[in-house]
Design a binder for this molecule. Structure first.
Ligand code: XMP
Length: 512
């Protein structure tokens, strides 16, 4: 068990980021609902607590309040934005609405450079986002920093070890936000920084052994990093009582299916059932052009094949899934705003509804970068750990229009060239996702002395932090020229290559 600084969630869009930042500085954290029972918070061995921001106003009827137990808990508390206003409100200060909201970059002047601001400059850029501010501090609190829009941009009561900041230290625009969180964690709370991926691996193995006992586990491998890390952890914990099932749906990239088998069966000696179901999937997809229809068919087929294979594994009571912490947070917070469905992202490790298996989710408290670190720790090859995400429906949503084996092969060849050149230029990790798309149109070209009328390949490469928004990657022109020339020369049936220069929004990352 690690020391921790839990974050109580009052509804801020960036609450999850506070948790990430704390873990990045070596302090374990989890996001808990603001009204989580004291026992649930205490179970995490807290050395301090962070109160997140939130959209409410402390005086509004029904606004979430500071849990009363916190006041006498003796724990250090850092209130961020709404969290700071709650501290002031609960301890007898005064919170007021402002004429206009303060939103965006601001500069604060630090008047007390000890504790929270230690090692940071007197003037610093921060990110504000608030409609209320503190007009009078509670007894015992001193102003530590101010800004033109916030007379108490930061305040603290050293005796209580309670601090509040009006701005958001978790976003990158607050230049010294990480230092502030570090000062709170190490100077105020006395943390030691005992959280890292290596320690996670040992803990996870213990937890899996506790949960599974002498039972057997089935794990669906997709070729992605999450299911691979989940499988390796479980294999370390229970050895050959794990069986992996890998369904090759024929929609994977070049060499991917072979790599799954070589890595897991031959290198890690994990019991693996590999099913070649390409024909079944392509049969079901024949003539289908609609993207959502493709997704539905692929999702259902996967579940059916997986069930069929799983039935051959005697005595399995557990099903492993590579669920990550952001999914857990989202699913626990039904009151968070959700948008309309643009694409139905089915999870190819998805649980068949009537399978009567208990879930094992060893990654459910990890963020993606932590999963990667754990993967490296477990010996997963670098290229696997850093591989770009790949959608569950695979190349079916990158061969636009009806999917055929021939068109898949064309796309695989073009995509492999693009990836090879990106790697050779040292730019693969400078983009978060890059791939080729086969368009459903043909264009006229000239090759040698003849006219061609052939396929068009689009290249897509994006930079993004969270895949919710993305920008097109400014890849060097000569790299694009090389990729284009190689694809047209080496991939039969393609005579034109285009580069996608759309951002998300308004486009999406995938074309379908
Ligand atoms: P879009 O195209 O919505 O993609 O901007 C955002 C991210 O999600 C991936 N994606 C999918 N992943 N099943 C998945 O598992 C899907 O149906 C699916 N569609 C898109 C996409 O590759 C990108 O990383």
């Amino acid at each position: 068990m690690h020391e921790s600084i839990p974050v109580l969630d009052f509804g801020s869009q960036t609450a999850q980021l506070i948790v990430r930042r704390l873990r990045e500085i070596g302090v374990y954290s989890e996001l808990l609902p603001h009204d989580a029972p004291e026992a649930a918070v205490r179970a995490l061995m807290p050395r301090g607590i962070v109160l997140s921001g939130g959209p409410a106003s402390v005086y509004e009827p029904g606004a979430p309040q500071l849990p009363p137990w916190i006041i006498d808990s003796g724990l250090p508390v850092l209130g961020i934005c709404y969290g700071m206003q709650l501290q002031a409100h609960a301890l007898g200060g005064r919170v007021e609405g402002m004429q206009s909201r303060e939103f965006g970059p601001a500069a604060i002047t630090v008047v007390d450079p000890d504790t929270l601001f230690a090692g940071t400059p007197d003037q610093q850029p921060v990110w504000m986002s608030h409609g209320d501010h503190i007009a009078a501090l509670p007894d015992g609190f001193r102003m530590l920093a101010h800004s033109p829009g916030a007379p108490f941009a930061a305040a603290g009561d050293e005796r209580r070890r309670w601090y509040g900041i009006q701005f958001h230290p978790e976003v990158v625009h607050t230049r010294f936000g990480r230092d502030l969180l570090r000062n709170f964690a190490f100077r105020v709370c006395g943390c030691h920084g005992d959280w890292q991926a290596a320690s996670f691996v040992a803990d996870a193995i213990d937890r899996i052994r506790d949960q599974v006992g002498d039972g057997r586990v089935i794990c669906a491998l997709s070729g992605g990093v999450d299911s691979a890390v989940a499988a390796l952890l479980i294999h370390r914990a229970i050895g050959d009582r794990l069986t992996c099932v890998f369904v090759d749906n024929g929609l994977l990239r070049q060499g991917e299916a072979e790599q799954v088998v070589a890595t897991f069966r031959e290198h890690f000696h994990v019991p693996l059932i590999a099913v070649n179901a390409a024909e079944e999937f392509l049969g079901a997809l024949a003539g289908i052009a609609d993207p959502e229809e493709k997704r539905k068919i692929i999702g259902e087929k996967f579940v059916r094949i997986f069930e069929r294979e799983a039935r051959h594994i005697e005595g399995a009571h557990f099903l492993a899934q590579g669920t990550l912490y952001p999914d857990v947070i989202e699913s626990k917070a039904p009151d968070r705003q959700k948008g309309v469905t643009i694409k139905t992202h089915h999870n190819v490790g998805g649980l068949p509804a009537d399978m009567q298996l208990t879930l094992v989710e060893p990654l459910r408290y990890l963020f993606k970068d932590e999963v990667r670190a754990a993967g490296l720790e477990l010996g997963l090859p670098d290229e696997w750990v850093w591989r770009h995400p790949f959608p569950g429906p695979g190349l079916a949503v990158r061969v636009l229009g009806p999917v055929t084996w021939e068109r898949l092969e064309t796309l695989r060849a073009a995509d492999a060239i693009f990836m090879a050149e990106l790697h050779a230029a040292g730019l693969y990790r400078a983009t978060q996702q890059a791939f080729a798309v086969l368009l459903p149109i043909r264009s006229v070209g000239v090759m040698g002395d003849g006219r061609t009328y052939a396929d068009v390949v689009a290249l897509r490469a994006v930079t993004t932090e969270d895949f919710m928004t993305a920008d097109w990657a400014r890849l060097p022109a000569d790299l694009l020229a090389r990729v284009s020339s190689r694809i047209v020369n080496e991939v039969p049936g393609v005579n034109r290559v285009v580069y996608d220069i759309s951002s998300k929004p308004p486009s999406t990352i995938e074309w379908e």
